[in-house]
Design a protein around this ligand. Structure first.
Ligand code: ZN
Ligand code: ZN
Length: 321
């Protein structure tokens, strides 16, 4: 591996190559006004457009059945990613028997964020190189000028998804490659894609006993739900490496960004996560809601998972910035 990064964690991408012996500060010039406005627009306009579509469609193209199904599939598949793909498969925050392991792999696949081995390999690489050369989705990849940050935000949010150079799974996910069950779920990605899109349609059709009910459930609880979750997950990669608080010591620019805590099921407490990646709970301070951690806690009580790595006060004290 070749990395041009200073030992103090300052990044070579801050402004050109580092000169030996003079470590550059972590923070560059603050973002300009117009790029700041642009960042807000990028984040808010698509969401507002989606919200505006709701009253427009209400009554003929959207109803309570669609809302209920969308909320159910959103919660279910989001937890598949946060508890399954992320905290369990990527970071080993707890141990799980075979049935739970395969179940988590399947539900995570149903979020349509790529087959499991791609997801895990990308994310381990993100932690290995966070906000430095080699990170697949750092918003700081192009520098700290206003134009570079707009480009970086787009890249971190969704531009990186279109990079055809896949992360090396042999290097970053050998444990998953060695697991027959996981290789099978990985290969079945097309099947789980069909299931996650068609299940809402079937349920919507049966509940309303109409073809139109199947169509609207497919649209809202299938397509819109998948897209909405994509943006929430990507926001952790983009926003939670740019905007927010940094109460814990991490070697990168990861932040805690409270407005996304509930929608991301706890993943927006991203600064703590980078400070302590194997910890099963990301929202560790008072009032930091972490639905994924609560889900792991329930699974532990049910005896479905064991050896959960819960945070201890001593460890958190050490991690404080
Ligand atoms: Zn991160
Ligand atoms: Zn992680």
């Amino acid at each position: 591996m070749s990395l041009s990064v200073a030992d103090d964690g300052s990044s070579a991408t801050d402004s050109g190559p580092p000169s030996p012996g003079s470590p550059k500060p972590v923070h560059g010039a603050p973002r300009g006004t117009w790029p700041q406005v642009g960042t807000y627009l990028f984040i808010l306009v698509p969401f507002l457009a989606l919200i505006a579509a709701v009253p427009f469609a209400w009554g003929w193209g959207l109803g309570w059945v669609d809302i209920g199904l969308a909320a159910f599939f959103y919660t279910f598949t989001c937890l598949g990613v946060t508890v399954g793909f992320h905290r369990y498969f990527t970071h080993g925050a707890f141990k799980a028997p075979r049935a739970v392991r395969v179940g988590l792999a399947i539900v995570g696949s149903m979020a349509l964020q790529g087959p499991i081995m791609h997801w895990v390999a990308d994310h381990r690489r993100h932690h290995a190189f966070a906000d430095r050369a080699g990170d697949p989705h750092s918003p700081w990849a192009f520098g700290t000028s206003p134009a570079a940050l707009v480009k970086g935000f787009w890249h971190a949010h969704m531009g990186w998804v279109f990079d055809r150079n896949l992360t090396n799974q042999e290097r970053f996910a050998p444990d998953l490659i060695a697991d027959d069950d996981i290789r099978r779920v990985h290969r079945q990605f097309g099947l789980w894609t069909a299931v996650t899109l068609l299940a809402p349609a079937v349920l919507g059709g049966l509940i309303t006993w109409s073809w139109w009910g199947a169509v609207t459930a497919f649209f809202w609880a299938g397509l819109v739900r998948v897209s909405f979750l994509h943006h929430v997950t990507w926001s952790v990669n983009s926003i939670c490496h740019m905007v927010g608080e940094r109460p814990f010591k991490s070697r990168d620019k990861a932040t805690n960004f409270w407005p996304l805590a509930v929608l991301s099921m706890g993943e927006a407490w991203h600064n703590l996560h980078h400070a302590d990646p194997t910890c099963a709970r990301h929202g560790v301070r008072r009032f930091e809601i972490d639905i994924s951690a609560r889900t792991i806690w329930i699974m532990e009580k049910l005896g479905w998972v064991t050896d959960v790595r819960w945070p201890t006060p001593q460890r958190l004290a050490k991690l404080k910035a």
